[in-house]
Design a protein around this ligand. Structure first.
Ligand SMILES: Cc1cc2nc3c(=O)[nH]c(=O)nc-3n(C[C@H](O)[C@H](O)[C@H](O)COP(=O)(O)OP(=O)(O)OC[C@H]3O[C@@H](n4cnc5c(N)ncnc54)[C@H](O)[C@@H]3O)c2cc1C
Length: 525
């Protein structure tokens, strides 16, 4: 790695590619593009390095990273039908959210990708995208035997018994309509070490002379040249110093589903009237920037256990459940994480007691129909954008009903052996909350995010007025700028999305370099 190999005049350093955001997608691109030693790549990353930092590298420490110095800590606007107090954690560290998250790793389901093609994203079908799993450098394995806590095993057994869903040994072996089991994680079980995008892709290549990392450096504006091409990015370093970096080939925006649209808006790319209202001169009227804010909302049901639990685990939420409520459906429409700790941040705020020893289930909405938006409230680049997820506002009531059903399913599993004998009492919402209306009220007030915002620079066909990038991820109306991160998702995949981001970045690397796609074989359905 070099900090000296930029070329140019006093203010400009020039590279072939400048990657904004050394996160999940950015690390993949940084590695793939620097495989060619003649290509100079600069990564601008707002956070510090993760190298040698056990706080980041120990997977089980993830929960202590929430609301820490490694978290940008976004908030939401008031959610009249949901929880207005959710902290939307986004990682501020090399590797991005893959250095901060629980590393649960699911391939997207084929139908999730079919849906993208139906939305005008030619070239993103399962036959093209799923074969990229062969390229992934992360070590992805089912939770190791030594990490399988007895109570999590009994949750799986009880879910199987109560609901008749199969026990799945490896959720990535084949697409599944439903099932319960231990998750697959991107980790090294021997040391409980992350196999994040940073560890898997960047750590082995940090000494490449054609790779420059600019850490703790914040990109806040893209600049057009005299011909109107966006070739430069203005950045602020930790000590307050300013710098302009220039890309001779492409600028690659990988700042994530909140910060990529934020950067575009600050640069005058977005809904023109909105930008003018803030005193930002519009460069391009792209009404879709910041729209289509997607997420997986969840709720929580907590039990006190009969005393302390055995301590072993990979990251305290190692098992779960996927359920289809509609017989014969090809995809699940209800998902659970099972936590062997009581995740009580939202319930304590509502006045429910804290318990010393407990567990919880967090039913979530895999394909939520409520869609939100984000926007700037100020032209000042240090001011956080407004995020309005519009949780539980879909007119059919699908999202709310999914959580109500989820609460009931959770109780059914909890009442089934071998889980039942572990549990002393339900503490939140408690057994007196039983009607649909009561369950809905509680589930929405105690709701949380699974931390999966996506969709705010969605990919789409030329006739999609809200598409921000085309199916080759090129920013609409500009040459030489692509967006590569979770913001390009046109719809939310059913599963936890990190692997979808990794696959998208691998695909993007091929689109950028012109290398042939990995898709030689056919996808199993
Ligand atoms: C707590 C938590 C748990 C999660 N658990 C899971 C899970 O178990 N499984 C799963 O599949 N998904 C999980 N997710 C979601 C998943 O991690 C993300 O969807 C995915 O990693 C997003 O990747 P990305 O490349 O879009 O963005 P990120 O990985 O967030 O990368 C963005 C990067 O850009 C940097 N950046 C942002 N703005 C700027 C700027 N202006 N200048 C310079 N740098 C900038 C950031 O510091 C960051 O490094 C979780 C997320 C969180 C927060």
């Amino acid at each position: 790695m070099s900090a000296e190999n930029g070329r140019g005049d006093e203010t400009d350093e020039t590279y072939d590619y400048v990657i904004v955001g050394g996160g999940t997608a950015g690390c993949v691109l940084a590695d793939r593009l620097t495989e060619d030693p003649s290509v100079r790549v600069c990564v601008v990353e707002g956070g510090p390095s993760d190298v040698g930092d056990e706080r980041i590298l120990k997977l089980r420490n993830w929960i202590n990273l929430l609301d820490s110095e490694f978290d940008y800590g976004y908030t939401t606007t008031e959610q009249p039908r949901g929880n207005s107090h959710i902290l939307h954690s986004r990682a501020r560290v090399l590797g991005g959210c893959s250095s901060h998250n629980t590393l649960i790793s699911f391939l997207p389901l084929p139908e999730d990708l079919d849906e993208w093609v139906e939305r005008g994203c030619a070239g993103w079908g399962p036959e093209t995208i799923l074969p990229y799993r062969k390229r992934l450098k992360n070590r992805i394995v089912p939770v190791a035997e030594q990490d399988r806590n007895p109570i999590a095993r009994d949750f799986v057994a009880a879910a199987h018994q109560a609901l008749g869903v199969p026990v799945v040994e490896d959720f990535n072996a084949q697409p599944f309509p439903e099932g319960t089991g231990f998750f697959s994680l991107a980790y090294e079980p021997e040391e409980n070490k992350r196999s994040s995008a940073s560890v898997a892709y960047l750590h082995p290549v940090l000494d490449r002379p054609n790779l420059t990392l600019r850490l703790e450096t914040w990109a806040y504006r893209l600049l057009a040249d005299a011909a109107g091409a966006l070739t430069r990015v203005q950045v602020r370093e930790k000590d307050g110093g300013e710098r302009v970096l220039r890309a001779e080939r492409e600028l690659l925006l990988c700042a994530g589903a909140i910060d990529t649209p934020r950067l575009l808006l600050l640069s005058g790319i977005g809904p023109a009237d909105q930008l003018r209202g803030l005193g930002i001169e519009p460069l391009a009227d792209l009404p879709g920037v910041g729209e289509n804010l997607l997420d997986h909302p969840e709720s929580v049901i907590i039990w006190e256990t009969e005393g302390p639990l055995p301590p072993n685990s990979a990251m305290d939420s190692d098992a779960g459940l996927f359920l289809r409520r509609e017989a014969g459906a090809s995809r699940p429409d209800l998902m659970f994480h099972f936590y062997q700790v009581p995740f009580s941040v939202n319930t304590e705020r509502l006045g429910y007691p804290a318990v010393e020893h407990g567990v919880c289930m967090t039913p979530n909405v895999p394909r939520a129909r409520s869609v939100g938006r984000m926007w700037l409230t100020s032209a000042d680049p240090t001011v956080h954008p407004a995020l309005d997820f519009r949780y539980f506002t879909d007119p059919e009531g699908h999202d709310e009903q999914t959580l109500v059903d989820g609460m009931r399913v959770a109780r059914k599993v909890a009442a089934t052996e071998p889980l039942r004998s572990w549990l002393r009492r339900e503490v939140a919402p408690g057994p007196s909350v039983t009607t649909d209306a009561e369950l809905s009220e509680y589930a929405r007030r105690a709701a949380h995010t699974v931390y999966h915002p996506a969709g705010t620079c969605r990919m789409g066909a030329p006739d999609d007025p809200l598409a921000v990038v085309d199916p080759e991820l090129r920013l609409r109306g500009f040459d030489g700028v692509r967006v590569v991160d979770a913001s390009v998702f046109p719809t939310m995949p059913t599963i936890n999305p990190m692997v979808t981001v990794l696959l998208a970045a691998e695909r993007a690397a091929d689109l950028i370099t012109g290398r042939e796609s990995v898709a030689a074989g056919r996808v199993e359905r």
